[in-house]
Write a protein that binds this ligand. Structure first.
Ligand code: CTP
Length: 212
């Protein structure tokens, strides 16, 4: 199966030398891409800027910077993918008026106006092909199940992998993770705290249980 995985943060330009981003390291997304390639799938990895080495055996590696770049790269490739796993921590807001030179400081404060980015996963949910499996991630600190199931329904997903990022060992930069997978048909699977590679393997076994 052709599987598209996104990973890492995005960077939203404020000016020529500054950006807004987040703490995502890309480790979970890279682990999912690696596990899928090792299971024999054709994997496209669309990655924001991270300090990781690209896995071997990918069909395609697409480096991107901003949420808009990621949206373009994903939407171009999504129609012929059997499964799309959106692990990336895509920025929800981007500076409304980025400047192409370096901003100089003044004596006063600076107010940045931010505008919403496209919700890539929501767009994919609206354009879902028959049989395509759409998987989102939800990083939450409270009411994990309610928020995760809300996103699953709102974005027309088949699965959502919820991460309680307030739990020790489950943060952005950790090498371990614990996930709960919620399916659109109501099923729920708990993946206990373990290495991100193992979490990724277990997750794929649940998402794609039958032989290819
Ligand atoms: N996502 C996306 N495009 C965006 C933002 C997020 O595709 N512009 C995807 C992420 O890759 C992830 C899921 O949507 O799979 C996260 O859902 P979201 O509702 O955006 O979560 P949060 O950003 O945590 O939102 P909130 O602050 O409302 O909890």
């Amino acid at each position: 199966m052709k599987i598209l995985v996104t990973a890492g943060p995005t960077r939203e330009a404020i000016d020529a030398v500054r950006f807004l981003s987040n703490k995502s390291t890309g480790k979970m997304g890279y682990a999912v891409a690696k596990a899928a390639a090792e299971a024999g799938h054709d994997v496209i990895l669309v990655s924001g800027p991270v300090a990781l080495t690209q896995s071997d055996g990918l069909l395609e590696f697409v480096p991107v910077v901003s949420a808009a770049d990621m949206a373009e790269a994903v939407k171009l490739r999504a129609p012929d993918c059997g499964m799309i796993v959106m692990c990336a921590a895509v920025a929800d807001y981007t500076p409304a008026h980025p400047v192409d030179r370096k901003l100089k400081k003044t004596g006063g404060n600076l107010t940045l106006e931010l505008k919403r980015t496209e919700d890539i996963l929501k767009t994919l949910g609206q354009q879902k092909k028959p049989g395509q499996i759409l998987v989102g991630f939800a990083a939450e600190t409270d009411d994990v199940e309610a928020y995760a199931r809300g996103k699953l329904a709102a974005k027309n997903l088949d699965w959502i992998a919820a991460n309680d990022v307030s739990r020790p060992g489950c943060g952005f930069a950790a090498d371990t993770n614990a996930l709960t997978l919620y399916a659109a048909d109501g099923r729920k699977f708990e993946l206990p705290l373990q290495g991100k590679d193992e979490v990724a393997r277990r997750m794929l076994e649940i998402l794609l249980p039958s032989p290819r």
